[in-house]
Design a protein. Structure first.
Length: 239
């Protein structure tokens, strides 16, 4: 009978739906109450993971972000020595193997380096070179931030960020065509020794000037603005 056939079909479909519902309910309960059960169905949407992935994609757009750039013009050797240094006394201490402070050791190195390129620091007037250092600082986000560093609660995000670092340090090569200061007779090896010394000192100086804190503040402001524009209401940073 056609009516009975349709009735049986409806009952079978209903039974199938009930079985599927009970199966989904059982899996959901097991995932919630049984640690390590971890069964996921392909059509069940994991909202928390999805949010973390979206946030990571937004952050990775600005990976290796340099949020601050400092430019220093240093006059070598003038900016790295005490103008009141008595070179004869310092050289005498060295010859007698007397104790020398770190500053005195640096000054002796500069004295010998200058002497090798024809600069006599015992004179009141001597040649010099202007060295331009460009220092960038910020986050290296691509290597550090993962989904484990992101906590999503409604429209609020708590984000664990890495410490700021100096991301790039560059010393410009002087162009003799545009360089308006006296040229020094310096070979490539001597120039490398001088710039290595200057870089070490400038790195210390930028840290003292707060480049990392400045980069952190600007970086957080930048990341926060991107996430707020994406629809989040509150962004909290932790370290």
């Amino acid at each position: 009978m056609p009516g009975k056939s349709r009735g049986k079909l409806k009952n079978k479909i209903l039974i199938i739906f009930i079985i599927i519902f009970l199966l989904l309910l059982s899996i959901t309960i097991a995932n919630y109450f049984i640690p390590g059960f971890g069964l996921k169905l392909p059509f069940i949407y994991n909202t928390k993971s999805s949010h973390s992935e979206i946030i990571l994609k937004e952050i990775h757009k600005i990976s290796n972000l340099s949020t601050v750039e400092y430019i220093y013009k240093s006059v070598f050797p003038f900016d790295f020595i005490d103008t009141n240094t008595n070179w004869k006394k310092l050289l005498s201490k060295k010859s007698k193997n007397e104790y020398l402070t770190e500053l005195q050791q640096d000054e002796l190195w500069i004295y010998n380096q200058c002497k090798s390129i024809g600069i006599n620091l015992e004179y009141d007037i001597y040649d010099f070179v202007v060295i331009t250092s460009i220092v960038k600082a910020g986050f290296n986000l691509e290597d550090k931030i993962t989904s484990h560093d992101i906590v999503v609660e409604g429209k609020n995000i708590t984000l664990k960020i890495p410490n700021t670092i100096i991301t790039k340090f560059t010393i410009e090569d002087p162009d003799s065509a545009n360089y308006k200061y006296p040229d020094l007779d310096v070979n490539p090896q001597q120039w490398k020794q001088i710039t290595n010394f200057v870089e070490k000192k400038i790195r210390i100086k930028v840290l003292e000037d707060g480049i990392l804190k400045n980069a952190e503040k600007r970086g957080q402001d930048f990341i926060k603005s991107i996430l707020l524009e994406s629809g989040w209401e509150n962004v909290i940073f932790i370290q």
